[in-house]
Design a protein around this ligand. Structure first.
Ligand SMILES: *[C@@H]1O[C@H](CO)[C@@H](O)[C@H](O)[C@H]1NC(C)=O
Ligand SMILES: *[C@@H]1O[C@H](CO)[C@@H](O)[C@H](O)[C@H]1NC(C)=O
Ligand SMILES: *[C@@H]1O[C@H](CO)[C@@H](O)[C@H](O)[C@H]1NC(C)=O
Ligand SMILES: *[C@@H]1O[C@H](CO)[C@@H](O)[C@H](O)[C@H]1NC(C)=O
Ligand SMILES: *[C@@H]1O[C@H](CO)[C@@H](O)[C@H](O)[C@H]1NC(C)=O
Ligand SMILES: *[C@@H]1O[C@H](CO)[C@@H](O)[C@H](O)[C@H]1NC(C)=O
Ligand SMILES: *[C@@H]1O[C@H](CO)[C@@H](O)[C@H](O)[C@H]1NC(C)=O
Length: 476
């Protein structure tokens, strides 16, 4: 019904838009337009201005989203039928990729009043069920794309959940202003004081997450914490996350591997005494820390966060970690040192044997330069050797066992971000069941089995889980 009502608006706006272009440029351009060559004399910046005007106009006369239980898509992506993509309609997919791929056009007039922010994040007449673990917490380091960030809060919103943000000191003033507006508006959103800058080399990333841990630890509730980066997208609903973390039963989910050579500062001392790692000095022996390399993203039980904040002092360790890649060896180092007895820890025995165990907190597709792009990255777009997910990945997003996808970029493809948010909305608020969470996968993770059994006298570690490692291509 609203579709039909929409159509005239769009047509009027298109005409308005074209008139605007004609008004701006010479009549030759007008001719070119009718020959199908789109405004060749208009600079990219000018085009953006035109689009923004059109979109802003659309937004203002938009009644589509009022008073509805359904997910409200932006004008840019209003035409995208996520369900059709979910049905595996490959022909339809072509109308959303290539030249038709839809980037997010930032809204410079975003309404930042508290009621507007709340309206966007919390659906009207939403009813929440209590979570088994009393909530999930998310610690995310952010530097750009406020509307994308707000969308991630929306997709994982639950009154029992907590969202902590560390904002890059080098991010734009506008971005920082928007993040502060978000914090002011919702009691379960924290934005840390903006004190340092983060970058892809890993500077200050651990510190940011650690500061979020300290902030979150003071809040009651929540059972698990997820450590995230700016463009990670959670792909499980709040209730699915709650279920999965319940199945982990206290085990952490952290990727661990042998230390990547060359990342350690050789001139620093790495024994516990020099690091003054434990607050209880008598635990600080001459034992030299075994470092493990992993990822920034991880899921930690509340007990770990309390342990990291109260039992150890990581200030020397964090200062001493080398410049490059330090962000990827903080949590994994603690997780793999079984002697530290961090709650929910694992062991170094599997990676010593060159066996890596399944990890669910983050999924990314590595596409090093020697690999063929098209067969290793559905969108064909790779940045820093990582595939940028596009709408082509939506089917996999809906079923793949991991909890988050890294990365989706709003400036590249907003459809996949919008469709993922719609999917989670449907699962959270409309009870949509489009896929069955496989409890067995999570219960039988090697780290979960280890956590459950390692104190038993007859326990023998087996680094291979009883399910087949999942293959992404089977999910596409
Ligand atoms: C912002 O949103 C609020 C609540 O939805 C509304 O009352 C207000 O008029 C809006 N402000 C502007 C400038 O659109
Ligand atoms: C959740 O909170 C309730 C009420 O505070 C408490 O009784 C319960 O033990 C909590 N559950 C967990 C898993 O922490
Ligand atoms: C912030 O950005 C400026 C300019 O791009 C750069 O010179 C500076 O080093 C950055 N600061 C940090 C802490 O990265
Ligand atoms: C400190 O550690 C030692 C050795 O592990 C232990 O015996 C002692 O009880 C601990 N002290 C405190 C205050 O926890
Ligand atoms: C590691 O490898 C050794 C030698 O192959 C084997 O004996 C041991 O059981 C393995 N450990 C684990 C935890 O798989
Ligand atoms: C979400 O639910 C609405 C209403 O039932 C439906 O139209 C839409 O296709 C669903 N989207 C997805 C991604 O399942
Ligand atoms: C480890 O577990 C896997 C899967 O359950 C099984 O196939 C394998 O035989 C086990 N290995 C050992 C040494 O028990």
């Amino acid at each position: 019904m609203s579709q039909q009502r929409q159509l005239p608006y769009s047509v009027i706006l298109l005409i308005l838009g074209f008139t605007f272009i004609i008004y701006l440029v010479s009549p030759t351009t007008l001719l070119n337009l009718f020959y199908g060559e789109f405004d060749p004399y208009l600079s990219a910046d000018r085009k953006v201005v035109v689009y923004e005007k059109m979109i802003e106009a659309l937004r203002n006369m938009d009644k589509y989203c009022k008073d509805r239980r359904f997910y409200c898509k932006r004008p840019e992506t209003r035409h995208v039928d996520c369900r059709r993509v979910l049905r595996g309609d490959k022909a339809y997919l072509q109308s959303l990729t290539g030249i038709n791929r839809i980037p997010l056009i930032e809204n410079p007039f975003l309404n930042l009043t508290c009621s507007a922010i709340k309206n966007r994040i919390i659906p009207k007449s939403s009813q929440f069920k209590l979570l088994m673990l009393n909530g999930t917490a998310f610690a995310r380091i952010v530097f750009a794309d406020y509307e994308f960030i707000e969308k991630q809060v929306q997709a994982s919103y639950h009154p029992q959940n907590f969202f902590c943000f560390a904002v890059d000191a080098n991010s734009s003033a506008e971005f920082q202003k928007r993040m502060k507006a978000l914090e002011r508006c919702l009691p379960n959103v924290f934005v840390l004081p903006v004190t340092e800058s983060y970058d892809s080399k890993g500077h200050n990333i651990n510190l940011a997450h650690y500061n979020c841990m300290k902030r979150l630890e003071a809040s009651r509730g929540w059972g698990y914490l997820m450590l995230l980066q700016n463009h990670d997208v959670i792909t499980k609903s709040v209730y699915e996350l709650d279920r999965i973390f319940d199945l982990l039963a206290g085990a952490n989910d952290v990727f661990m591997s042998k230390e990547i050579p060359g990342r350690r500062n050789k001139h620093s001392k790495w024994d516990l005494k020099s690091l003054r790692l434990f607050r209880n000095e008598s635990r600080n022996s001459d034992y030299e820390l075994e470092i493990s390399s992993g990822f920034v993203q991880a899921s930690l039980s509340r007990a770990v966060v309390e342990w990291l904040v109260n039992e150890v002092d990581v200030s020397i360790l964090l200062q001493q970690f080398p410049e490059y890649g330090a962000d990827e060896q903080f949590i994994s180092t603690f997780q793999s040192n079984q002697d530290f007895k961090m709650p929910g820890h694992f062991t170094n025995e599997c990676f010593h044997n060159d066996t890596s165990v399944s990890f669910i907190s983050r999924f990314s597709r590595w596409v090093p330069i020697n690999l063929e792009r098209s067969s290793n990255c559905a969108s064909g777009t790779v940045r820093h050797d990582i595939c940028i997910f596009g709408i082509e990945d939506f089917l996999a997003v809906s079923k793949y066992p991991t909890l988050s996808f890294n990365k989706m970029l709003p400036a590249f493809d907003f459809s996949i971000i919008e469709c993922t948010a719609e999917l989670l909305h449907n699962r959270t608020y409309l009870g949509q069941r489009d896929y069955n969470l496989e409890d067995d996968i999570y219960k039988n993770l090697v780290s979960v089995q280890y956590h459950e059994n390692h104190k038993k006298s007859d326990y023998k570690l087996n680094c291979t889980s009883n399910f087949k490692p999942w293959n992404y291509l089977d999910y596409l």
